[in-house]
Design a protein around this ligand. Structure first.
Ligand SMILES: NC(=O)c1ccc[n+]([C@@H]2O[C@H](COP(=O)([O-])OP(=O)(O)OC[C@H]3O[C@@H](n4cnc5c(N)ncnc54)[C@H](OP(=O)(O)O)[C@@H]3O)[C@@H](O)[C@H]2O)c1
Length: 345
């Protein structure tokens, strides 16, 4: 479905918001919540294919029939698809005020229940249960572009999208915001500059989310002057298609009473996509200039079910971040050479 044309500049300046991973979970809840905040936004939902885009659009319109919702198809694991989507958006839009880089995968996950049991005995269980450190590993694979799939989907596809949309994001009369859905699983120990796609390890998800944090830090340094600000958020532990791939739905349902109890101690057990989108929605209402680039904004839910946002410092080595960014640029150069026909020259 093509987007309705935007009003000419000077007419009502509604905010234009793009959300990736809008078809389910946090992304879908976020779309609905953004329309509750401001029903005049032009919401563009980015989904993997036309069928999912249309289903997402219809589901949003069912609750907000007068909302302005357009769609764009993007498979973030395919560079050609990302370049096509960016070209499509450049042709259709005059600017973008918010881009939520939210799509993500956590495939082929293995849980180490023995490590969790040992954590219970050594007092580390709460840390393990809130960060998945030491209890969750993945088996990754190469995608059609020859990139590690988790890196490509969670970070690199989004990075290329942002780079290709710079003309819509920078130099606008109002600042624009990138909001990356990172995770509390983002861990420096899972990331290495020499294997930044994480081909050799078994923590590709943590690595990709740490790489996301590094990227956001550098984007702020490079683009704040041009009016583009970048933030990272963690939705907390949310029951979604992503978590249902770790354990079957019925197991999660059986565990639910325990998780409600854990929530009294672990406020990042947000559990529902609505709660998980709290930090994303909070950022929608902030002045980007007032945000701290070295903070991750966590969606939290109290034991009694009250939602709030907790900023937590992120510890990134800025030199590593810069070096990693250089590597992303090198990889981008190689990618763009291959897909020259999809660029507007
Ligand atoms: N759930 C949690 O506990 C948790 C915790 C921390 C961080 N997160 C992060 O939160 C974000 C949203 O996850 P969620 O929990 O809402 O899971 P979800 O319901 O599985 O949503 C993931 C979204 O990403 C999309 N997606 C996946 N691969 C894609 C691709 N190649 N191209 C385009 N879109 C793609 C999915 O689209 P399809 O419908 O087409 O698959 C879906 O819309 C992710 O970045 C995740 O890493 C989640």
């Amino acid at each position: 479905m093509a987007a309705p044309a935007l009003p000419a500049v000077g007419e009502r300046m509604e905010r234009v918001v793009l959300v990736t991973g809008a078809s389910s979970g946090v992304g879908l809840a976020l779309c609905r919540r953004l329309l509750e905040e401001d029903r005049r936004i032009h919401l563009c939902v980015a989904c993997r294919n036309a069928q999912r885009s249309e289903a997402t659009r219809e589901s949003i319109l069912a609750a907000h029939p007068t909302a302005r919702v357009s769609t764009v198809e993007v498979d973030l694991a395919s560079l050609a698809s990302v370049l096509r989507a960016a070209r499509d958006l450049r042709r259709r839009l005059q600017r973008l005020d918010f881009v939520y880089l939210n799509a993500g995968i956590l495939p082929n996950t293995h849980m180490d229940f023995k490590a969790l049991w040992q954590g219970l005995l050594t007092g580390k269980a709460l840390h393990m249960l809130t960060t998945a450190e030491g209890i969750m590993t993945q088996t990754d694979r190469l995608n059609g572009d020859g990139l590690q799939e988790v890196f490509a989907t969670n970070l690199f596809g989004h990075f290329i999208l942002v780079r290709q949309l710079e003309s819509l994001l920078c130099g606008n009369e109002r600042p624009s915001q990138l909001i990356w859905t990172s995770s509390s699983s983002a861990r420096e120990s899972a990331f290495s500059l020499s294997d930044y796609q994480h081909a050799k390890g078994q923590e590709s998800y943590s690595s990709s989310k740490y790489a996301t944090d590094l990227t956001s830090v550098v984007l702020n340094k490079k683009l704040n002057k041009q009016g583009l600000y970048s933030s990272v958020v963690c939705p907390g532990l949310v029951m979604s298609n992503l978590t249902y791939r770790i354990l079957p739905v019925f197991v999660w349902k059986l565990l639910m009473p325990i998780m409600w109890l854990i929530r009294f101690f672990a406020k990042t057990y947000t559990l529902t996509p609505y709660n998980g989108a709290e930090a994303h929605v909070w950022l929608f209402k902030q002045k980007p200039e007032s945000l701290d680039a070295l903070v991750k904004y966590h969606s939290c839910t109290s034991g009694l079910g009250k939602n709030y946002v907790e900023p937590r410092k992120i510890y990134v080595d800025e030199e590593t971040a810069e070096k990693f960014y250089e590597k992303l640029l090198e990889l981008e150069k190689q990618a763009l050479e291959r897909y020259d026909d999809l660029l507007d020259n």
